[in-house]
Structures are given as structure tokens and as C-alpha cells.
Design a protein around this ligand. Structure first.
Ligand code: BES
Ligand code: MN
Ligand code: MN
Length: 454
């Protein structure tokens, strides 16, 4: 039987299994879900075993385990190392979901569930592509799987695992489906990802909450001061004001910018989809550039004082914010964290105290377009989608891509099948059934072309 027939014949089985996987609430950020995360690792392990992988194991770490499996058909053949993650973002705010986040349903040919796209749906395509190749006797390279459970919380333990298991993970190329493509009509391959520095700041004013009438006007309000400080982090042209922030940023050449902006993009559609009247961002750059090749600074959350029902007249003692910066080549996460920390402390008025705590970070990455693996991925898209994929830069982060390069010396092919409109990390996350099914086919074609080029 051909691969294509096997995939077609097993569509319902593949979807039923994915639904079982999506029913497990593997939220890595919230300890309340610990057992579910561990059960999900078991599920991934069992799925690799039944697909035909050897040496499948649950590798314990200081955090959630990494699931490993492999099929070595001939040590002389090239080896593909597949990476994915089985953990998901929290489903909150729950009330904004049209159907429960962990009870997957198909509506308009889309699978709705937390993790449907990021990354259970995309990761599971690789397991099913592997099963397809095993069952149809068409696997033409060696393959290794490394599926982790801490991607959404910074992959801290994966770094240690990679450093300690270089031989086990020896391969020729990393293959990841955890990014998006332009549209069903315009396939693309991601060739760049942004990095990340994520900070929490705490501003303290008086030693206790005060009556805002008795003290208001005479004592600094930490929320007011925090707002001023945050507002000053960008100037009137939306340039980030932290000294040194742009020093290492690689400017793209005019040709590279032209190529990037030639990707199909409809600004009116974009605004309509988000229900905004106007876009906003760094002067001198297009929306595609602002969201892909330029660094950013965003407040992710801000709190303090009284937020309950009604009004309480209070001058709070403390205010907090979570602030993230997306980084581009060749910015370095730790350096940006330090620049931020020093600057934020330096702009604090004497009337308050500031504490800055870094959360996780990660490095940006660019992947080559002149490699055998990229050519194989491109051929696979041409065969499955009828069009050559456009190379694009995504704004999100997968910090382990740069780690794989540094520790294993391996390049990555980012063969993502999600769409930006899939609402990953948001309520009503979904993933197209077509993306899922065609993705499985494209992955099997990648192996075929990759093997043929050797
Ligand atoms: N799969 C995403 C990253 C992504 C999404 C890349 C869309 C390109 C397009 C990944 O799961 C993710 O959410 N990463 C985090 C970073 C991490 C350190 C928490 C992110 O980008 O916020
Ligand atoms: Mn992901
Ligand atoms: Mn994610």
C-alpha cells in the first residue's frame, strides 16, 4: 500500500488517537496538573511503541520527563531527530472557550482544543507519519524522537538532557513542527525565530497600603510610578529606550527585506481579524517586519492595589508587572536581561524601591535555506501542496533550536503546519484537519526526498 493510501484509510483512527491525547490536560505551568502531564508522557511513549519505534523510554529529568524513541534501519543512512512538546499552555480564561478546552471537537473542519496546534497536533503528525512509513515499508532514513514536557515553561531540563546525551541524540538534522505556515494556499517554511527575555518587576512605595485621601498626593503611588517607568521604555517612534538594546541587532539587507515583504499579507484582513482600527509598531518597518525580524518589548501582565468589586480608596504599597522582550539575531538573552535590569533600576525615582527578577529566556535562531534538508522539505511541500514554500521568519520562540546548534552542531528544519489564526495560547485554539492530514503526508515526503538526496 502507498503512504498516501495508508494515511487516507487511517484518517479516523489518527483523529481518534489525537483526540485521546488532547483530552489529557498536560499544563506544565500549573503543578495541579502534574499527574496529567506524566500521563501524557506515557501516552506519547505508548504511541511511539505501537508505531514501531525501538528503545522507547521515558527519560526522567529534574522536571517533567522527555520521551525518547528511535528506529535505526541502517547506521550508514542519515538520521533525522524529531523534536516536539507534549505540554500545553494553561487554558485560562476558561469562560472564553466556546467548548471545553480539554474536550476536543471538530467544527468547520477544525479541531478545537488546547494543544490542538501547539504542539500536540503537530507533534502527533510525526508519530503518525512514522507509523505510516513503518506500515508501508517506506522509511528510508533513521529516525529518533525527543518529545519534551516543559517547552511552555522554558525547557530548562531539556538543555541538561541534550548536554548529557550527545551520543544518543547524534543525528544529521533536527525536524520540528511547532511553527506556522502562511496559509493553506501558500505553504512556507520558517527560517527564523525570535529569542526571549522575560522579567518580573516589583515596585514598592510605602511599607503598607494607605488611605488614598489621608496620604494621596504626598506619597509616591507605586502603580502610578510603575506605569510611568513602563511608558518610558518606548519613545514616540516606538523604539525601545534601554541603552544598548539595539547594539547587536542584525539589520537585514534591502534584498532580504524585500523578500520578506513579498510574502502574501493583507493588512486590512489582519486588522479585521483582530478588530483593531490601526496597527502600531516601530517606525520605518512593516507589520511583517515588526512581527518577525524586529525586537519588541511588551507588558504581559500588570497588577497591584484594589481590583475587586466596587471602589476602595487605597494608595497601594506594591505594584507588579511581567515584561517580555522578543529578541532577534544576534541579541543575547542574558545580556538583554542585564541591560533591562540596570536600566529599569536607574529610572526608578527615589520615592520607590524596585526589584527585578528574570524568568526564562532563550536565544533567537536562523536556519539555513541552502542545506540538503531544506531542499528536501521544499520538495516535500511542492509534492504535497503543489507550490514551492516561501521562507519566512516567525515571531515566536523555540529556544532549543539555538541550543541544538550549539550543543549538537545540528541545523533545524522548521516544518510547521499551523496558521497564525489558530489561536495558540488563546481561548478556542484550533488546528485544521486538512493541516493535520496533509502535514502527515508532507512529513513522509520529507523523509523520501531527504533519503534520495544522499
Ligand atoms: N510553538 C511555540 C512557538 C511558536 C509559535 C513559534 C508560532 C513560531 C510560531 C512555542 O510553543 C512557544 O509558545 N514558545 C514560547 C517560548 C517559551 C520559552 C515559553 C513563546 O514563543 O512564547
Ligand atoms: Mn510550541
Ligand atoms: Mn507554545
Amino acid at each position: 500500500m502507498s503512504s498516501i493510501d495508508y494515511i487516507k484509510d487511517n484518517k479516523q483512527k489518527f483523529l481518534d488517537e489525537l483526540f485521546d491525547l488532547l483530552r489529557l490536560p498536560s499544563v506544565s505551568a500549573d503543578p495541579a496538573y502534574k499527574n496529567d502531564v506524566l500521563k501524557t508522557a506515557e501516552f506519547v511513549k505508548n504511541s511511539l511503541v505501537s508505531a514501531g519505534a525501538d528503545n522507547v523510554e521515558i527519560c526522567e529529568t529534574a522536571g517533567y520527563p522527555i520521551v525518547y524513541g528511535e528506529k535505526i534501519i541502517d547506521p550508514k543512512l542519515p538520521t533525522v531527530l524529531v523534536y516536539g512538546h507534549y505540554d500545553v499552555q494553561p487554558a485560562d480564561p476558561l469562560e472564553l472557550w466556546d467548548s471545553p478546552a480539554f474536550e476536543p471537537v471538530i467544527k468547520d473542519d477544525k479541531i478545537y482544543a488546547r494543544g490542538a496546534c501547539d504542539d500536540k497536533g503537530q507533534m502527533y503528525m510525526h508519530v503518525k507519519a512514522f507509523e505510516t512509513m513503518m506500515k508501508t515499508n517506506s522509511l528510508a532514513t533513521n529516525v529518533k524522537f525527543m518529545i519534551e514536557g516543559e517547552e511552555e515553561v522554558g525547557s530548562d531540563n531539556l538543555g541538561i538532557f541534550v548536554k548529557n546525551n550527545k551520543e544518543k541524540l547524534a543525528a544529521d538534522i533536527i525536524l520540528i513542527s511547532d511553527t506556522s505556515m502562511i496559509s493553506l494556499d501558500t505553504p512556507s517554511i520558517t527560517v527564523g525565530l525570535r529569542g526571549l527575555s522575560y522579567m518580573q518587576v516589583e515596585v514598592t512605595g510605602p511599607n503598607r497600603d494607605l488611605h488614598s485621601g489621608v496620604y494621596g498626593g504626598a506619597v509616591a503611588n507605586p502603580i502610578n510610578e510603575l506605569c510611568k517607568m513602563i511608558a518610558s521604555l518606548k519613545d514616540e517612534n516606538n523604539k525601545i529606550t534601554i541603552p544598548g538594546f539595539y547594539d547587536k541587532v542584525v539589520e537585514l539587507t534591502a534584498d532580504e527585506r524585500k523578500a520578506l515583504n513579498s510574502a502574501p499579507f493583507d493588512l486590512d484582513e489582519y486588522k479585521k481579524d483582530l478588530n483593531i482600527n490601526e496597527v502600531e509598531g516601530e517606525d520605518g518597518y512593516t507589520t511583517l517586519e515588526r512581527a518577525g525580524i524586529r525586537p519588541t518589548l511588551d507588558v504581559n501582565g500588570i497588577w497591584g492595589g484594589y481590583t475587586g468589586e466596587g471602589a476602595k480608596t487605597v494608595l497601594p504599597s506594591k505594584a507588579y508587572a511581567k515584561i517580555s522582550m522578543r529578541l532577534v539575531p544576534n541579541q543575547v538573552s542574558d545580556e538583554i536581561t542585564e541591560l533591562f535590569t540596570n536600566h529599569f533600576k536607574s529610572i526608578a525615582p527615589d520615592s520607590i524601591k524596585v526589584k527585578v527578577t528574570p524568568h526564562h529566556g532563550g536565544e533567537p535562531a536562523v536556519t539555513p535555506t541552502d542545506s540538503v534538508a531544506y531542499a528536501a522539505a521544499s520538495d516535500a511541500f511542492v509534492e504535497a501542496w503543489g507550490k514551492a514554500p516561501i521562507p519566512t521568519r516567525d515571531g515566536g520562540s523555540i529556544p532549543i533550536v539555538s541550543l541544538f546548534k550549539d550543543e549538537l552542531g545540528l541545523d533545524t528544519v522548521l516544518m510547521g503546519f499551523g496558521l497564525d489564526s489558530d489561536a495558540i495560547h488563546s481561548p478556542n485554539e484550533h488546528y485544521g484537519v486538512t493541516n493535520f492530514m496533509k502535514g502527515i503526508e508532507t512529513i513522509t515526503l520529507f523523509y523520501k526526498h531527504y533519503a534520495n538526496k544522499h
